[in-house]
Design a protein around this ligand. Sequence first.
Ligand SMILES: [Zn+2]
Ligand SMILES: [Zn+2]
Ligand SMILES: [Zn+2]
Length: 358
Amino acid sequence: PLLRIRMGLAIVPQGPYPYGGDYQPSQGVRRDVLDEVEVRQMLIEHVGHRCCWGSRPARTWKITSIKDCCDVYVGTLETFIEQRDTIFEREPYHGGEVDGRDKGPVLGVWELDLRSEFPPLFVPEKEVRFKIPHSEFTEKCSDCEGRGKVPCPTCNPGRQYGFYMANQMTQCSVCDGRGSLAQQDESDKVCWMCNGQGVLPCTECGSRGLVTCRTCNGCGSLLTQSIARVRWETLTARKVSATAETATVPDEVFHRAQGVQLCNIQAYQCTPAFFADSYPLNQLSSEVVASRLPVPPSAIVISERHIISVVPVTRVTMSHRKRSFIFYVVGYGRDVFVRNYPSRFCWGLCRCFEWLGN
Ligand SMILES: [Zn+2]
Ligand SMILES: [Zn+2]
Ligand SMILES: [Zn+2]
């Protein structure tokens, strides 16, 4: 392990460190030295969280090797962006004050002062919406042409306002239009449903022929206002410098792992970091910066942050007779990743395979 500690110390990146991160050149990249008892305990705990994994191999198989792999380097480029657009909201206008253009200028969506809403840099996402001052205006409801009522869709379907018909009745289905019902003694009785009329009024409009316009809720006019929708978001490009030993471990494991930062550069637009004595790190940094995610046309970039971290990895082999399996202890948080655990009883139907959810 000491080899890696020295290697970590030797890597002194150049460039400014406005945010420094955890990295200080004087602090060694300390590596935990794990013993058999510890790694077995970690594995037992990991297996215990998976309902369908038997604990027997973890408890009883022999640990045949504990090997510190080459450190894995993880690079990220975060692009923190802001997007703004305008949406329109309409509601029935019941009268009263309108905050319109006559009250003051209407600012464009990018002219609004949002300093009080601004989130910390590099939050995953935040969205706010608010009314743009003086953007209100009223207009006649086009669905009812300002009348507040429209022909009833049940008894006057498809008719224009000027051509609706009131008193449209339907035949009573209880008495079939006769108005009376035959009784057992063969006398007639007035139909309880239509009250002897034989017809029934429209249930939706009471056969008035008109119903309240749903668009304006009967007001005849609508109030429209502009809403500013502002969204901050961090787009993250990631890369892992996998080695042959760790190539089967998914990248996500390393991205989640706790490592030590070797560089943490923040700028409007990051350029690759320069490590004086490490060609692979320079290459990783260049690749990460080159894989910057595309910024949508309606967005502006506020800042970028480029981090390269080193994550220690230990590989443990366990064997029993002629069978064996491998697991990894990743990062300072000691995350466990098991590649081919021998005692799984599920076949993909339960959540066991979602190791990411952990
Ligand atoms: Zn209307
Ligand atoms: Zn009707
Ligand atoms: Zn009837």
